[in-house]
Ligand binder design. Sequence first.
Ligand SMILES: [Zn+2]
Ligand SMILES: [Zn+2]
Length: 111
Amino acid sequence: MVGIKEYAEKFYKSAAWIKCREAFINSLSNKLCNRCREQPGKIVHHKEEITPTNINDPMITLNFNNLEYLCQDCHNREHHANVLTREDVKFDLEGNLIKNIPPEKKKDIYS
Ligand SMILES: [Zn+2]
Ligand SMILES: [Zn+2]
């Protein structure tokens, strides 16, 4: 997901999330990215993505088992993997698959 949805923005600013995020980071014995284990972690990512349907479900939003501590690179990879396969190519008028230059993406600063 690229960009920040309104419902998610509210959540990411909530005291419950800020506390949970801090507690999660404190609970980790090493602060390296959970994926590459090379760079320091930076973003607490939800493995099961937050949607309008589950945003009020603490078992998803505030559950340590659903969280992952990622570096910026791994987080970008995680979120843009689906986008790329969908947006980096398109069909031209004759039905040929051609390269598509996606519009400038807003920087995703939230997890
Ligand atoms: Zn990483
Ligand atoms: Zn994320």
